[in-house]
Design a protein around this ligand. Structure first.
Ligand SMILES: Nc1ncnc2c1ncn2[C@@H]1O[C@H](COP(=O)(O)OP(=O)(O)OP(=O)(O)O)[C@@H](O)[C@H]1O
Ligand SMILES: [Mg+2]
Length: 370
């Protein structure tokens, strides 16, 4: 993984193995998300007491926050087996019927990216979830017959990064729906201390805090930055992750104090310098920074919006203007525009812009009144 996508919340195949070693195995090891943890704890303990599988569970939330981890934890806590598949992998309903009918009693079936499941398979899933039976259709046309097959009682755990794309009937069949939120820096610090302990990396509290602050609220990114900082600490220092080694390493990897990388800064710089503060259409902006619109939309935009540095506005509209600020030039088309915030902390002239009217602060871009 290069410095350029070091702060992407998505996981590469090569990185999956590295993730396994620090992945919590039980609910009590799962850091933060207290509400979801408590609710799951009750759900699982209640079901175990009754000796029947718990309700089906839907986990939604942005990438890298712990959905796959929780699905595995559910199976471990129940002491059941787990079968793992994903929406895109189930192309035909027959594929799903084969999986369902081979489940043992009490098994957990984990379907990742469940919003991408094909429609016929989704319909088959409805009856399996509700009545623990499926009708497998044999043959085609008027001669086709449906053969009912029993499915052992099981628990479906579905994960989705796009819960809005789930159909209503699908969502309604989950008895327990949990949404995972981004982690606070303090929570990520605790997570980093745990990961460092497992990896055998000595880390100071300040070192953990420094990495946590640059991790975009995402455990996956925190763990990834920790591995990179460990490399730096081992090669260029005495192996201990301190404030200094974390700072120096993340400078080398081009991840700044807000967790912005080169592309994020290019987007903000283009908005401010080339488009005079925007607003500007996504595809135009993508051309300006030499990236695909998808990358800007899926990798940069969510975090920049969440960090209060960017607003997504309807076509032809403008983001709400915070009191005490003024917009720059208003443009015709709007998709993305930097948020202008009144801010008490004036940092030195912006490292991301040469425009003297724009100041980069800890809270975002500030454009002085004209
Ligand atoms: N609450 C947590 N405590 C400790 N580690 C966590 C926690 N949540 C996530 N992690 C770590 O972050 C990594 C990413 O988590 P996971 O794979 O579960 O994310 P995900 O939500 O399934 O992401 P995706 O949407 O990309 O599938 C895991 O390796 C895990 O170690
Ligand atoms: Mg996952």
């Amino acid at each position: 993984m290069t410095g350029e996508n070091l702060v992407s919340a998505y996981v590469s195949d090569a990185e999956r193995d590295a993730e396994v070693s620090v992945r919590p195995k039980r609910l009590e090891e799962f850091i933060a998300q207290h509400r979801v943890r408590d609710q799951l704890d009750l759900l699982l303990k209640g079901a175990m007491r009754r000796g029947s599988p718990p309700d089906h569970i839907l986990l939604s939330g942005p990438p890298g926050l712990g959905k796959t981890t929780l699905a595995n934890i559910v199976a471990a806590e129940l002491g059941s087996g787990i079968r793992v598949t994903s929406g895109p992998a189930i192309e035909r309903s027959g594929d799903l019927a084969a999986i369902l009918t081979s489940l043992a009693e009490g098994d957990v079936l984990f379907i990742d990216e469940i919003h991408r499941i094909a429609r016929p398979a989704e319909e088959l899933l409805y009856s399996a979830m509700e009545d623990f039976r499926v009708d497998v259709v044999v043959g085609k046309g008027p001669g086709a017959t449906a053969i009912p097959l029993d499915v052992e009682p099981f628990t479906l755990v579905g994960a989705t990064t796009r819960s809005g794309l789930l159909t209503g009937p699908m969502r309604d069949r989950f008895g327990f729906v949990a949404h995972l939120d981004f982690y606070t820096p303090a929570e990520l610090e605790a997570l980093l201390r745990r990961s460092a302990r497992i990896l055998g990396v000595p880390i100071t509290d300040e070192g953990a805090a420094e990495i946590a602050g640059r991790s975009r609220g995402t455990p996956r990114i925190a763990n990834r930055l920790l591995r990179r900082v460990r490399d730096f600490a081992e090669v260029r220092a005495d192996g201990v992750v301190t404030l200094e080694t974390a700072r120096s390493a993340l400078t080398v990897y081009d991840v700044d104090a807000l967790g912005l990388d080169r592309l994020d800064r290019a987007v903000l710089t283009a908005l401010v310098d080339s488009f005079r503060g925007g607003p500007v259409g996504l595809s135009t902006l993508a051309v300006a920074v030499g990236e695909q619109p998808d990358t800007v939309e899926e990798v940069c935009e969510p975090f920049l919006v969440r960090a209060g540095l960017l607003a997504r506005t309807p076509r032809g509209g403008w983001p709400p203007r915070p009191p005490g600020t003024t917009w720059g030039v208003r443009r015709r088309m709007v998709h993305l525009a930097p948020i202008l915030l009144p801010c008490p902390i004036f940092s030195p002239p912006s490292p991301i812009s040469r425009d003297p009217n724009v100041i980069c602060t800890a809270f975002g871009l500030l454009r002085r009144r004209d």
